[in-house]
Design a binder for this molecule. Structure first.
Ligand code: SF4
Length: 182
């Protein structure tokens, strides 16, 4: 199958890409992540993905517009639901693009991360598959968590310390916030 794959970042791409290629699929990458803030972090993740794409011979279409405003308009006043809204934003753009280019299916490297809400990503992907009439390729790539990390290290890729949005950046670095969560 030709699978349009939403890429959240370079490190999370390594294992799913290798696995799907080993299964005989043809992979085309799509970087669409308006959730990544601040701007310098957004640029850094694109640079890391470009490095991986070159090393692994992957064709990628990049949405290089910084999506802070669009992302915030979706999540403000809905912060508790922000991850679901964030997955929907990114997967919906991927499903629409997959349909537009005539791919056989779409998927996401979000299915690789142990830190994401895996069940929600699967549910949203399957729902969008029905809406856009294109299959969502599901695989639990978390099985290759350590292998993916090893691949990213071997390629010397930048590995980000937080998920992406400004909320997750605060959760990672604000000690008072982290104390309050305990
Ligand atoms: S924590 Fe990650 S998945 Fe959740 S809203 Fe922020 S960037 Fe998106």
């Amino acid at each position: 199958m030709q699978i349009l794959t939403h890429l959240c970042c370079g490190p999370c791409t390594a294992y799913p890409l290798r696995t799907m290629r080993e299964q005989g699929h043809s992979i085309q990458g799509f970087f669409f992540n308006p959730n990544i803030h601040p701007y310098r972090e957004f640029k850094q993740r694109i640079t890391a993905l470009e490095a991986l794409a070159e090393k692994m011979g992957l064709e990628v279409e990049y949405e290089r517009e910084y999506g802070l405003t669009e992302y915030l308009r979706r999540v403000v006043f809905h912060e508790e639901q922000r991850c679901r809204l964030c997955y929907t934003m990114r997967l919906e753009a991927t499903a629409a693009k997959a349909k537009q280019i005539g791919a056989d299916a779409f998927t996401s490297t979000l299915l690789y991360s142990r830190y994401q809400q895996h069940g929600a990503i699967k549910t949203i992907g399957e729902s969008l598959a029905r809406q856009y009439a294109i299959p969502f390729y599901y695989q639990d790539f978390r099985e290759g968590w350590q292998r993916g990390i090893d691949m990213a290290k071997a390629m010397d890729l930048y590995r980000q310390p937080y998920c992406g949005c400004i909320y997750s950046e605060q959760e990672r670095y604000d000690k008072k916030f982290r104390k309050g969560k305990k």
